[in-house]
Ligand binder design. Structure first.
Ligand code: SF4
Ligand code: SF4
Length: 358
């Protein structure tokens, strides 16, 4: 892994970044801990202007994502190739339009604005409620409601069938942050120089299978519990603690987002997210019409590999000793999220998305 030369402004940012992420997310996720520590008197004192901490967390998150997405849309320039001579292609424009509206509507207005306006308490007086710690990407939720089941086992697989894992670069809230931070000046440097690459980094992706297995086992426990066949609060609470603390808090938030500057923007998406592994396995064993194809114009510049936030050796499919090999990859051989970064950055247009032939 090469070193990224850091400016002093970036160094100051780095020193502040991790503690802010840790502290901010901890308050959001575990307010009771801070109350017990005596830092806050009660849950009410964590509220600002009558709003729950989760509102402020999501507002800041949405402002970052939407402002960066809007900047790309309005600039009309490629987010991967800098300079006015490189216009924004329709794929990237549509992707950032999707990120903007999905984040704003589905991850902010629907969960935080509409319920607050329609509640009897008034907009600036949220009721004292426990934090909702259920991350929507957990497979386990699909075992507890019809809505969750349809989402995970019908909608997501359908999207994988038609679009590969573009869900991760066009729709998911975690992916929205990764995509937008990943095209900033610093973020693109983190992707380029800090993303783990090579054989070991690839082998470690099997860690995600472990998280997926736990998600299924936990889902099974919840389902059996729902049916009333067997009930063990110790078992389900143990799993819940593991999901919330180890998977979501430590790995998803602190390592996944907190370590953007150290391991690139897709650490969680590559090694942790159970849904990502589920999508990949569906694409591999059931099918997906998604493929990236390398063409004859490849000159062996390898910019594609450096632009890939998922650490895929795109160049290995495109050329051998700078001679085009016309290779291709899809979900059967790569965890590609269809962000299009490799395609956009290539100056000789050697890569493209193609539908898989029957
Ligand atoms: S890998 Fe998981 S967290 Fe990352 S973008 Fe995809 S669904 Fe979201
Ligand atoms: S291979 Fe290309 S499209 Fe796929 S994740 Fe990497 S940069 Fe994005």
């Amino acid at each position: 892994m090469k070193n990224l030369k850091r400016t002093s402004a970036e160094m100051i940012f780095l020193v502040l970044y991790f503690p802010i992420v840790v502290f901010g997310y901890s308050i959001y996720k575990y307010p009771d801990f801070f109350i017990k520590l005596g830092l806050f008197e009660n849950q009410q004192s964590l509220y600002f202007l009558g709003k729950h901490p989760s509102f402020w967390y999501s507002l800041i998150y949405t402002l970052i994502v939407c402002s960066l997405a809007l900047k790309v849309i309005l600039s009309g320039s490629s987010p991967y190739k800098k300079g006015k001579k490189n216009p924004l292609v329709s794929y990237q424009r549509n992707k950032f339009i999707s990120i903007f509206f999905i984040q704003l509507i589905f991850f902010f207005i629907v969960p935080y604005i509409i319920p607050a306006f329609s509640s009897s308490h008034g907009f600036f007086s949220d009721p004292i409620t426990p934090v909702n710690k259920n991350a929507y990407i957990y497979i386990s939720r699909a075992f507890t409601s019809w809505g969750g089941f349809l989402y995970i086992f019908v909608l997501v697989p359908l999207s994988v069938w038609f679009f590969g894992k573009r869900y991760c670069s066009w729709f998911c809230a975690c992916g929205n942050l990764a995509e937008t931070i990943g095209i900033t000046k610093w973020g693109s440097g983190w992707v380029k120089f800090k993303t783990p690459r090579g054989d070991l980094a690839k082998k470690m992706e099997s860690l995600q299978t472990v998280f997926l297995s736990f998600a299924f086992i936990y889902g099974g426990v919840l389902f059996i519990d729902l049916l009333g066949v067997f009930s063990s609060s110790t078992l389900s609470e143990g799993f819940l603690l593991y999901q919330e603390f180890i998977v979501d808090f430590i790995f998803g938030a602190l390592i996944g987002v907190g370590a953007y500057p150290l391991f690139g923007t897709r650490m969680w998406c590559r090694y942790g997210c159970p849904l990502a592994k589920f999508m990949e396995l569906f694409g591999r064993y059931v099918g997906s019409k998604f493929k990236v194809q390398a063409g004859e114009s490849c000159k062996g510049l390898d910019l594609c590999t450096k632009a890939c936030p998922m650490g895929i050796a795109v160049d290995s499919y495109a050329h051998k000793d700078k001679k085009p090999t016309l290779g291709s990859f899809g979900l059967s051989n790569a965890p590609c999220i269809g962000c299009g970064g490799c395609i956009d950055i290539c100056p000789v247009k050697a890569l493209s998305f193609v539908p898989v032939a029957k």
